[in-house]
Design a protein around this ligand. Structure first.
Ligand code: HEM
Length: 576
């Protein structure tokens, strides 16, 4: 028989275990608590919570559908241009930088110390893993991918191939809105879908040279024209609603994938979240398959066309395929048209180019309706610049639109981007141990650079000159905004008089980062400017945008890939 266990020893053991486990748990809790970077302000509540700032972000997302305002308010909360937050449990702190000069310096000059952050690359990785947007700059594939698409943003390519496509698709929107203005007798209607569709027609046409039967706006127009008896339905808020054709399956797929990407930006674990959504949502998986099929079909059609030597280059796709044909011929191999790289670079062009431009245009339309004086001035500037077309009662031609400088047009669109930039936060990650505003930060630290709030639309938070990095001292390439009016929409701030007495547009009048800066800034910036310039010019040339009631002109927004207006209504009168 086994001897009885002495009671005193059993109690002692149990007590020892309880104390040891409690101590271990306490030590684990202390270890898991966020560790701040010395001297950089943070929220005490986040510092004492193993989840850091995550609970606040989750609450904000649940209540408002947004997370970006958190990044913009945090520096204001602490009145510090540099603050720190914890976005995930057990993670090093991330920094928020609300200072244009230091951001500009990091993006433009400190590219050996900072690169595109993994959160951003991870967000795109699920859908377009072989597009350069999903790659750090040191990825061995990055250079080759950029080389493949290099020519798409050259002035020659843009003017010869992309601009005619943009012009044609914008004129379809003008025709659709002319009909809607007439049928609705000038009453407001929701313009968000039309702008979304026009932007997708434009980017699809620039990417694939798609014909009119694939144009959503043209299809809507034909649908309305085919029913002359049709009248819009009035809504209780004074607006009217037009019947809409079901969206084409490819556009539905692009839209669903775009929305899915937008959700990844809000997730603390984008890669995991992508896999989970692909498993959970049969429609998402179907949309991804539909997108692959669409790319295969378009590439196959283009290859047949190009091999026959038909009709030259009419899209970004044609150009990429022609490059592959030439490279294969030079290397004595068969061309590979259906590589992951070509598929993803093409689809990434649409994903990166559509949502951004569509959102920028939606805010522009709202801003010109909200500021009738600026709108009238812009229309006069356009009529003076395209005086022949105005005298003949015609549309300005495609050549006039890209050749003639209209400083006030550039000023209006830049002011809209300053006030309502579609992407108000840019992310970078430290590649080495380094310093920001005098604080030592370890390799791997994420840094969120905000381009809304202090320094952009409200007075900057002061920064000691001695705290700035040596490369940023005395190297501010931009002017500064008058603190008394930087919260206002005022296109004039972008204009100056040159030495010959001409009023000119100055792109460096003051802080703006709508397209980010430096080698990993927006790849499509030139195309985007051409697009918004042509669309805005043709819309203001053709329509007067009336000011709307407070409800219809609300400036509430929601976050997706971009920060979108909840409401984008227009009330139009045809003017020419
Ligand atoms: C008004 C329209 C647009 C805005 C406001 C915009 C803004 C931006 C911003 C803020 C970034 C992030 C840059 C960074 O992390 O530093 C970006 C990246 C990018 N944009 Fe745009 N964009 C616009 C239109 C376009 C268009 C039309 C295209 C192409 C067709 C495009 C292609 C890209 C690509 C490929 C990247 C990633 C570049 C890289 O990873 O190196 N964008 N854009």
């Amino acid at each position: 028989m086994a001897p009885p266990i002495p009671v005193g020893l059993g109690m002692g053991n149990a007590l020892f275990f309880v104390v040891a486990i409690s101590a271990a748990l306490y030590l684990a809790y202390r270890w898991a608590l966020p560790k701040p970077i010395p001297g950089v302000p943070y929220d005490e509540s986040a510092r004492n919570n193993i989840l850091g700032n995550l609970p606040e972000l989750v609450t904000m997302l649940r209540d408002t559908g947004k997370t970006r305002p958190f990044f913009i308010r945090h520096p204001q909360r602490h009145q510090s241009a540099l603050t720190q937050v914890w976005m995930r449990p057990l993670q090093k702190p991330s920094l928020i930088l609300a200072d244009f000069r230091e951001s500009q310096d990091i993006l433009l000059r400190r590219t050996r110390e900072f690169d595109r952050g993994t959160w951003n690359t991870d967000a795109f990785n699920g859908v377009v893993p072989n597009h350069h947007i999903s790659m750090p700059s040191a990825d061995p594939r990055f250079k080759g991918n950029r080389e493949l698409v290099r020519d798409l943003m050259t002035p020659n390519f843009l003017h010869e191939v992309s601009v005619p496509q943009i012009y044609a698709k914008t004129m379809a929107l003008v025709d659709l809105w002319s009909l809607k203005a007439e049928l609705g007798e000038g009453r407001p209607f929701n313009a968000r879908r039309d702008i979304f569709d026009a932007a997708i027609d434009i980017i699809n046409a620039a990417a694939f040279g798609l014909d009119d039967d694939q144009s959503t706006v043209k299809n809507q127009l034909d649908h309305l024209l085919s029913k002359p008896e049709l009248r819009p339905t009035p809504n209780a808020d004074g607006s009217v609603m037009f019947p809409e054709l079901p969206t084409l399956p490819t556009i539905v797929a692009i839209e669903e994938i775009g929305n899915h990407l937008g959700e990844q930006f809000k997730s603390p674990f984008p890669r995991l979240s992508h896999r989970f959504q692909m498993w959970k949502s049969p429609t998402l998986a179907k949309s991804v398959a539909r997108k692959d099929e669409f790319l295969r079909d378009e590439i196959n059609k283009a290859v047949v066309r190009l091999r026959k030597g038909e009709s030259g280059t009419r899209s970004a796709m044609d150009h990429i395929l022609q490059r592959e044909m030439n490279a294969a011929e030079k290397a004595g191999r068969e061309p590979v048209f259906h590589s992951h790289r070509i598929h993803d670079e093409l689809f990434g062009y649409i994903v990166a180019g559509h949502d951004t431009s569509s959102t920028a245009l939606a805010w522009m339309v709202k801003n010109i309706a909200d500021h009738p004086e600026a709108q009238t001035k812009l229309r006069s500037a356009l009529r003076a610049a395209y005086s022949d077309a105005y005298a003949k009662g015609e549309q300005p031609s495609v050549v006039e639109l890209w050749k003639t400088q209209v400083p006030y047009l550039d000023a209006v669109l830049e002011e809209s981007l300053r006030c309502n930039g579609p992407i108000p936060v840019t992310l970078r990650e430290a590649l080495v141990n380094t310093e920001v505003l005098g604080h030592k930060i370890p390799k791997g630290t994420k840094i969120f650079m905000v381009s809304e709030g202090p320094g952009y639309q409200s007075p900057p938070i002061p920064v000691l000159e001695s705290a700035r990095s040596p490369s940023s001292r005395d190297k501010n390439l931009y002017g500064s905004w008058d603190p008394s009016d930087m919260h206002l929409f005022n296109p004039e701030r972008w204009l100056k008089t040159d030495e010959k007495g001409n009023v000119v547009y100055d792109a460096q009048s003051g802080p703006i980062m709508a397209f980010s800066l430096g080698p990993r800034g927006c790849f499509g910036r030139r195309l985007a400017y051409l697009e918004v310039r042509i669309v805005l010019a043709l819309l203001v040339w053709n329509f007067e945008f009336h000011k709307l009631s407070d409800g219809l002109s609300s400036r509430d927004s929601y976050d997706s890939i971009t920060t979108n207006p909840h409401r984008c209504y227009v009330s139009l009168t045809k003017v020419t």
